[in-house]
Design a protein. Structure first.
Lengths: 172, 753
């Protein structure tokens, strides 16, 4: 390799990590290939789909658009850091109960975007949730159950149940 | 037994089986998997739509000794992908028939070096004249496939259409067009392949149908069945886009693995996936309809044409479903559907949720509103007068033996959406507003399972076994890609065996482990495979009862003790169940007559749309769905299927345009191929009426494809209601709305001069 490699130091999910990589390597690839944190996904490689969303110093970023040198010294949070000692984070619990994850490929990014939203605004309304997740594409759910998951995590499950609009009836 | 209303687990909103793994980020998708000494693969593709390959040159500045290079000459078996006609080459050999057709494969340990190497392969062509549209193909501007460009045609006839026109009070004609649509699963197509002399070919991949890939690899590698193994990895969305394409990609990776001696990973990036993989078939549908004085249908003459792309792949079966869904959920004594699928020099069109039905339903349901306008009847009333009921016959002369409750679904949809009140309100408000609102409806069915005799030919096998560790395993090749296969099949097994969800595991979707329960397509899994699992469970209880003394009612502990006894006495505890054709099912492929599907799901959609006459954007403000899909096995998952399908259908109607230039997709990025976002999808209301279907798993019929059939016509009908302009083509982008509304304004101005 002709390119010069850099020594990079970042904190990932609270753990200090130091490694040598090409400085322009995407943060996404560093997380997946060098740190083996494959929970963060690539969907489009151009910052459109949000599947690679992680938090960097408390800001939501598309890790496919961040050269790792830009993350030098930063604190990174990924989906692997959400659960606490095996116990699901309230958002993860809500996604499980409300059907917020289907194929699961957008889910890590969606969870990070939702984490960011709730960090800024612990009790968002539906319009704020829509706006907060607008950078993350989901092709499976039509978003409704993702919104309900975030509402449930933010306001408690009863509130989400009140907003549940579907009913099942036996016709005959 | 199967339709008992009281169940413990079936019908409950149990959480997704693999949900925790997905939420923790530890579910393993293909790109998350590394194999020892793994290389990467890349594809050199055609840059022209049709022509002869004159030469393939390799740039001398690249050290090709580092690379593995594969061409058609390296294929040990047949250079064809096995779908219906086996006309699609695995690698182009001497000629190309579409842009992005694979010609040369490269493998190398470094992805970066591969990118440079792909640019270093120079292919010289002698171009041949291409055809790009249905019309060019019909006219045979050039013959690009077979003798006449025709992949397949069907003729469905009931009564005598030609005699019906003379006695008609009204005759209404219309032409409708639908565009290509990209699946846009968020995980691109990808596989890993390994090869060894002893073991043969092993492929891990993001795919729907392990046995389709298996069958295709057998032919490409000329290997016996036991030397090809296909394993599905966690799959990040599919929607039909991983039904046919993975057979091609798996063959490519496996050829590179064989020649390089390394495991080879091929995961497309988004631009390659969009440009090179299948899309929904574009279609042109013409309707000519006769009605009597009371608005009852007398005759329907439907001419349907699809663009199949460069190779036939699944076009014949997509055309079949389009044909069978074109006449809509109506009674009509005289019906003719003439359908044809044409070759063009574009990437082959393939399977996509709905599989031809969305095209047919769009035309029929838009046409119903056009008829209503032409003869001066309310569009709701027109549908009501013509709905199918129990005992009626469809266009294929299938007698509706199961309950058909379209009136009831319609009543519920009108009530929930407040349809009439809103129409009146919008009619009052629209004249004084730049925002024009409207309400639109679509009524439709979706046939569940394979068409006609298809399920009999599939001859699916599925089952259950019990491990010495005390777990029941579901043995199916049916795959999970978000829609809920793992969860509902586990629910069925746990229910029938009286166990908990945690007692039941899904065996890996690995052709070395599970039997062929058929492809995971056609809304068949819960209904057909679910029934096989239910039966395998009953059979297992019977075995344990007979040979291990299990009582008629038993606890979980007694069940597993009986399994241990059985194992000690007889060996493996396994129960397999094979598909049995339903009684009284008759289908004639030649005349296209008989029982087209074992069951139909029924649905009414209502869309509320706002058209901004300043910006020419159309927004779906609210959306209501009412459906009868048999028994709902899991309300959270079922609701998610409907909502996701509606969102994808909204994209089909208003956002998603595949822009082709010279037969190549030029907007092959998420930046400019636009799908609905969290801000675009409206509140979607979902209501199920449940009528358990006795031949489906715990009463289930198909659900997955149904919701994609309705949004496009419901939305365009609502736009007509809002603006008075009848749009007949999708996608309907702002520039199309502008053109249509401006033309109407011009006509009105001319009339007032």
């Amino acid at each position: 390799m002709s390119e010069c490699w850099s020594r990079i130091h970042i904190t990932v999910n609270g753990e200090d990590r130091t490694f040598h990589v090409p400085p322009m390597k995407r943060l996404l690839d560093v997380l997946r290939e060098d740190l083996h944190l494959t929970g963060t996904k690539e969907g489009c490689g151009e910052g459109e789909c949000g599947s690679c969303s992680v938090r960097m110093n408390g800001e939501l970023v598309n890790s496919c658009l961040v050269p790792v040198l830009q993350a030098e010294g930063a604190s990174i949070e990924t989906v692997e850091g959400l659960a606490n000692a095996g116990e699901l984070h309230p958002l993860q619990q809500a996604f499980l109960a409300c059907g917020g994850a289907q194929c699961g490929i957008c889910t890590p990014g969606m969870l990070m975007a939702a984490t960011q939203l709730l960090a800024r605004n612990p009790h968002p309304d539906m319009a704020e949730i829509r706006e907060g997740l607008a950078g993350n594409l989901c092709r499976c759910t039509g978003f409704k159950r993702i919104f309900e998951s975030v509402l449930a995590a933010a306001h408690g499950p009863d509130d989400a149940a009140n907003r549940e609009t579907e009913q099942a009836t036996h016709a005959r | 037994m199967s339709t008992h209303a009281t169940t413990r687990i079936v019908g409950a909103p149990v959480p997704r089986k693999e949900g925790v793994d997905k939420l923790l980020g530890r579910a393993r998708y293909v790109d998350d998997i590394e194999r020892e000494g793994m290389w990467h693969g890349a594809t050199v593709r055609s840059s022209i739509p049709r022509g002869l390959i004159l030469s393939i040159e390799f740039d001398h500045r690249i050290d090709w000794s580092e690379f593995t290079v594969v061409t058609a000459a390296d294929i040990p078996g047949e250079n064809h992908i096995q779908l219906i006609n086996a006309d699609q080459p695995c690698l182009a050999d001497g000629k190309v028939n579409h842009c992005e057709e694979a010609i040369v494969l490269l493998a190398h340990p470094s992805k970066q070096k591969l990118r440079e190497a792909v640019a270093g392969v120079h292919i010289e062509y002698e171009p041949l004249p291409p055809v790009f549209t249905i019309e060019e193909s019909e006219r045979q501007d050039a013959v690009v496939w077979g003798a006449d460009n025709l992949f397949k045609s069907f003729l469905l006839e009931k009564g005598d259409v030609d005699k019906a026109w003379a006695g008609a009070a009204h005759i209404v004609e219309g032409e409708y067009r639908t565009g290509a649509q990209e699946h846009l699963y968020i995980e691109n197509n990808g596989v890993i392949a390994e090869y060894s002399e002893e073991g043969g070919v092993t492929v891990w991949g993001s795919l729907q149908c392990p046995y389709y890939v298996h069958k295709s690899l057998l032919a490409v590698f000329d290997l016996p069945a036991e030397k090809v193994r296909v394993i599905q990895t966690e799959t990040g969305g599919a929607f039909g886009g991983k039904e046919d394409y993975p057979s091609l990609l798996a063959a490519h990776a496996a050829l590179l693995a064989m020649k390089s001696g390394h495991a080879v990973k091929m995961v497309y990036d988004r631009m390659e996936d969009l440009a090179a993989t299948t899309k929904r078939h574009p279609a042109r549908i013409r309707h000519r309809t006769a009605l009597d004085r009371d608005g009852k249908l007398l005759a329907m003459d439907i001419d349907l044409a699809t663009d199949g792309g460069a190779y036939s792949t699944l076009s014949p079966t997509v055309l079949s479903r389009a044909t069978l869904h074109s006449p809509g959920p109506y009674v009509c004594p005289n019906v003719r559907v003439r359908s044809r699928s044409w070759a063009t020099n574009t990437v082959p069109y393939g399977a996509f949720r709905g599989f031809g039905a969305p095209q047919g339903v769009f035309a029929m349901e838009r046409h119903m509103d056009a008829i209503a306008a032409a003869i001066g009847i309310d569009p709701i009333e027109l549908r009501r007068r013509n709905f199918l009921h129990d005992g009626d016959t469809t266009a294929t002369q299938q007698v509706m033996r199961e309950p058909v409750i379209l009136d009831q679904l319609l009543d519920r949809a009108l009530e929930q959406s407040d349809y009439y009140q809103k129409r009146a309100q919008f009619a009052r408000e629209n004249p004084g507003s730049a925002i024009k609102r409207g309400m639109g409806i679509a009524a439709f069915y979706h046939g569940a399972g394979f068409t006609g005799s298809g399920e009999r030919f599939l001859n699916s096998l599925a089952g259950l076994d019990v491990t010495p560790e005390g777990k029941v395993r579901v043995l199916v090749s049916s795959t999970e890609f978000g829609q809920g296969t793992n969860t509902v099949l586990t629910q069925i097994a746990a229910e029938v065996l009286g166990l908990d969800m945690s007692d039941v595991l899904m065996a890996p979707a690995d052709t070395a482990i599970v039997p062929n329960s058929g492809p995971t397509v056609a809304s068949r899994t819960a209904m057909v495979v679910g029934k096989l699992i239910e039966r395998a469970g009953l059979q297992l209880i019977e075995m344990l009862h007979k040979d291990a003394g299990l009582d008629e009612s038993f606890t979980r502990e007694e069940f597993f003790s009986a399994c241990d006894l059985y194992r000690a006495a007889k060996g493996e505890v396994v129960s397999l169940s094979r598909y049995e054709a339903l009684p009284g099912i008759f289908w004639d492929d030649k005349t296209y007559r008989g029982e087209a599907y074992p069951a139909f799901a029924w649905s009414i959609h209502v869309a509320q749309v706002a058209v901004d006459t300043v910006t020419y954007s159309a927004e779906v403000e609210e959306y209501w769905t009412v459906q009868e899909v048999g028994r709902v096995l899991n309300p959270v998952l079922a609701g998610g299927q409907i909502e996701g399908g509606v969102a994808q259908g909204i994209g089909y109607a208003l956002y998603e345009k595949v822009l082709l230039q010279n037969g190549r997709m030029v907007n092959n990025q998420m930046t400019n191929y636009i799908m609905p976002t969290a801000e675009d999808v409206p509140q979607i209301y979902v209501h199920f009426e449940e009528i358990p279907f006795r031949h489906g798993g715990y009463g289930a019929k198909g659900i997955g494809e149904l919701p994609h059939d309705g949004p496009a016509p419901a939305i365009l009908n609502a736009i007509r209601d809002a603006t008075g302009v009848s749009f007949c083509a999708i996608p309907l982008l702002p520039e199309d709305l502008y053109a249509g509304l401006a033309a109407r304004t011009a006509v009105e101005e001319a009339a007032t001069v």
